[in-house]
Design a protein around this ligand. Structure first.
Ligand code: NAP
Length: 301
């Protein structure tokens, strides 16, 4: 029997996830299919609970809603409040994970970035930033400064990390988060960042401003590396800007492939995902797409 998986989101028309997963199913000889479904908010729970899908992924704007639909949220879902991958267990219960966390970890490792002890400037405080804060803290960074257009959202992100550490009942973790995670209005004078990580959606639409000018103000000459969660064929404008300044930089494609590969391994335990075949499919699919339209501010997983 063909196992069916789906990506739930809105919009999903530009998604490259079906191409990645179909390539993986073919390499692994799995009788499975993967489709992208444009999904309204009130359809998310019923579709996940319906019997016709064995599992799937969730993208904007439904990751928080999907987390609430799970009977068995994994540790990364409990930490972030967001779910991007779910599956039906043999007992029928819905389980889920946030594989953006592992996807980012995997991409940073391929980038050669060692998080332990690193000082990070995180741009953005949305759903992707939740995954980033969790992955960075787990990786042992020494500090994360959160810079967001809406400071209250950055504060909420910090509060969430703090509450999660307190729930884990670890005084050491709580202290580490309280000391290490800060909300900033701008990079401050004298700061040096091992990594500046863009988790805003800036760069999706042509004509977007840069998420941060790395050649101005306190950050000038003080940024060791740049990682952009946004991805584009040939690199985003911000990645090109960073490289132009001689800063080592990586876009979000490996993170995207990483979260997909980890999703596949949740659905098919014991079957290592064919990362390179999935990456090749993603690159080919991305290259075949027209560039972003002005004002088209979203590209789903
Ligand atoms: N590579 C991957 O695998 C991967 C995985 C997940 C997400 N992503 C990408 O990460 C990006 C963010 O996703 P998300 O789920 O976090 O979205 P989200 O929850 O909607 O958050 C968007 C973030 O971007 C900021 N932002 C939006 N427009 C802005 C503007 N004009 N100026 C300054 N800041 C602006 C928002 O700031 P405010 O809070 O002020 O609105 C917020 O911090 C998307 O591009 C997504 O495709 C990539």
């Amino acid at each position: 029997m063909t196992l069916r998986f789906a990506l739930l989101g809105d919009p999903v028309r530009h998604s490259i996830s079906p191409a990645m997963h179909r390539a993986a199913f073919e390499v692994l000889g799995l009788d499975a299919e993967y489709t992208a479904r444009r999904t309204a908010p009130d359809e998310v729970g019923p579709i996940m609970q319906g019997a016709d899908l064995a599992g799937g992924n969730v993208t904007l704007p439904h990751k928080l809603r999907a987390a609430r639909a799970l009977a068995r949220p994994g540790a990364a879902v409990r930490a972030t409040g967001a779910c991007n991958c779910w599956w039906r267990r043999p007992d029928g219960e819905l389980a889920g994970d946030n594989t953006d966390v592992g996807g980012l970890r995997l991409a940073l490792s391929r980038f050669g970035f060692e998080p332990r002890g690193a000082r990070v400037l995180l741009l953005g405080a949305g759903g992707a930033a939740r995954a980033a804060v969790h992955a960075l803290l787990e990786g042992g960074v020494s500090s994360v400064e959160i810079l967001n257009r809406t400071p209250a959202r950055a504060q909420a992100l910090r509060d969430r990390a703090l509450a999660h550490a307190a729930e884990a009942d670890s005084a050491a973790d709580t202290h580490r988060v309280a000391e290490g995670v800060r909300v900033v209005a701008a990079p401050h004078a004298g700061a040096t960042y091992d990594l500046v990580l863009n988790s805003t959606s800036l760069g999706l639409a042509s004509g977007d401003p840069l998420p941060l000018d790395l050649d101005r103000g306190a950050v000038r000459g003080r940024c060791g590396a740049a990682f952009d969660m946004v991805y584009a064929a040939g690199g985003t404008a911000w990645i090109r800007h960073a490289r132009g300044l001689g800063i080592r930089a990586m876009g979000g494609l490996d993170m995207l492939v990483g979260q997909a590969a980890l999703s596949l391994e949740r659905w098919f335990p014991g079957r290592p995902a064919p990362f390179e075949a999935m990456r090749e499919a993603a690159v080919a699919e991305l290259a075949s797409r027209p560039g972003p339209e002005p004002g088209d501010g979203s590209r789903p997983a």
